[in-house]
Design a binder for this molecule. Structure first.
Ligand code: URA
Length: 439
């Protein structure tokens, strides 16, 4: 050992062997692993091997809980316990996290809707990678709107407006940032212990008082199987409760996109329709159900969120929330330069409109990014004209593809080749939106 180096408490290769052979870690071993990886003492290839061993052999609830705590300890922890209204009254906080789906714009109408009832929503969001869109990419379609706020700006907006959707700063769970980027390129995203600790470390560090998780199940989600999604939900609810955050999870269907739009500007447009008291039934149902759950988790039981969508109170908070971050809520949204229509191939009932296919098509049209550095097109995406359950006629428009770069149409059409199933009249698609609730 050279002077200045200090002895490491454990060895990365021993850790890999332990998990490879189905052993369990002590708290000290986990603390060291997360810290040593953040410091660069454990190399990427060693962490990749350990992640794969965890994916294959799992972790106990106790190990997951220690792993989560170690990731929280890698960065700063926010605290909203001093949050007050401008008049000095204490404000409770509640947040929602979705595990990601196609057309999932729910955060946009949901955050201002919950704030109507005096519960503050500190929503730290991310940008999209792959076929599921990012909330910040959608909001950045609004002229002038900016995602980066200081902690002081966030506190002020929560006090005065009641809702904020902004980028998570670099100081929040930095261990997760490094680990998630590695998992993304080593086929180890889909490990329940790693997903649960990744999501919950950020949400607990964010300092929310209560949390509602929307765990997606189906082709457009990364949990395709309901039992796996239920296990993920149970694990996250337990982690939240252990950390003193009142946590509830809903399991929701992601076999078909939410609403009639998948993209950025077009999803903002649909969210504004919901805030104006209209919008697609599934988006309204999920927004209202999640609002009720968030309010109940924060101790508000007599609220009527559906009424606040109808009577303009939620729209009022939305406009203030967008304006507080530099956006013009009344400005025209960007529109894609080119469009192409996809027609129904037959008469009958649309029984399937596959979420993953639509998500990949929107992504290929320019709505999403393949690498972190890619720039997204605000106007790109897929506008759907029918949802499962609708009666369609051959030759009727089913979807409109939108992009600024027409050479992208061909690959988007390829993604949609098997997206649609039309069955004889009288058939009924499986349509349940909310599959389960775990508390
Ligand atoms: N989202 C996260 O933040 N982390 C994961 O591991 C998966 C989805």
């Amino acid at each position: 050992m050279t002077e200045g180096q200090h002895a490491e408490q454990f060895d990365a290769v021993d850790m890999i062997r332990t998990k490879r052979d189905r052993g369990t870690f002590s708290q000290a071993q986990i603390d060291w692993t997360v810290d040593a990886y953040t410091r660069g003492v454990i190399a990427d290839e060693q962490m990749a091997a350990l992640n794969m061993a965890i994916l294959l052999n799992g972790m106990t609830r106790q190990e997951i809980s220690w792993w989560t705590a170690a990731m929280i300890a890698s960065g700063e922890r926010m605290d909203f316990s001093t949050l007050r209204t401008p008049e000095g009254a204490v404000k409770a906080t509640s947040d929602k996290h979705s595990t990601g789906g196609v057309g999932d714009k729910i955060t946009l109408p949901l955050a201002p809707l919950v704030a109507v009832f005096g519960v503050a929503v500190p929503q730290l969001s991310g940008r999209g990678l792959g076929h599921t869109g990012g909330t910040l990419d959608k909001l950045e379609a609004i002229p002038g709107w900016r995602a980066d706020l200081t902690n002081a700006q966030m506190m002020r907006q929560l006090s005065e407006v009641g809702a904020v959707i902004c980028a998570a700063g670099a100081a929040l769970a930095p261990a997760d940032k490094k680990l998630y980027a590695l998992r993304d390129v080593t086929g180890t995203v889909e490990a329940i212990p790693l997903i649960a600790s990744s999501i919950m470390s950020k949400k607990i560090a964010e300092g929310t008082g209560s949390l509602v998780l929307d765990v997606k199940v189906g082709s457009g989600a990364f949990m395709k199987d309901e039992e796996m999604a239920r296990e993920l939900a149970r694990t996250m609810v337990a982690l939240g409760k252990d950390a003193g955050v009142n946590t509830v999870a809903l399991l929701t269907n992601m076999n078909t996109p939410l609403g009639l739009t998948a993209g950025n500007a077009i999803e903002v447009e649909e969210s504004v329709e919901v805030l104006a008291g209209g919008g697609p039934a599934d988006v309204v149902e999920l927004t209202v159900t999640l609002a009720q759950e968030m309010l109940a988790a924060a101790g508000v039981h007599d609220a009527d969120p559906a009424a606040a969508l109808r009577d303009g109170r939620a729209m009022d908070v939305w406009k203030r929330m967008i304006a507080a971050q530099g956006g013009d809520p009344d400005a025209a949204l960007p529109v894609a330069r080119e469009s192409e229509v996809v027609y129904a191939p037959a008469d009958g009932v649309l029984v399937e409109l596959d979420a993953l296919s639509v998500g990949v098509a929107a992504w290929r049209l320019g709505a999403g990014r393949a690498r972190k550095e890619d720039v997204v097109q605000a106007g790109a995406g897929v506008r759907m004209h029918a949802k499962p359950g609708a009666l369609v006629r051959a030759g009727e428009p089913l979807m409109t593809l939108l992009t600024d770069t027409p050479e992208k149409f061909e690959r988007a059409r390829e993604a949609l080749e098997n997206a649609v199933v039309i069955a004889p009249e009288g058939s009924r698609p499986a349509q349940r939106l909310i599959l389960d609730r775990i508390s």
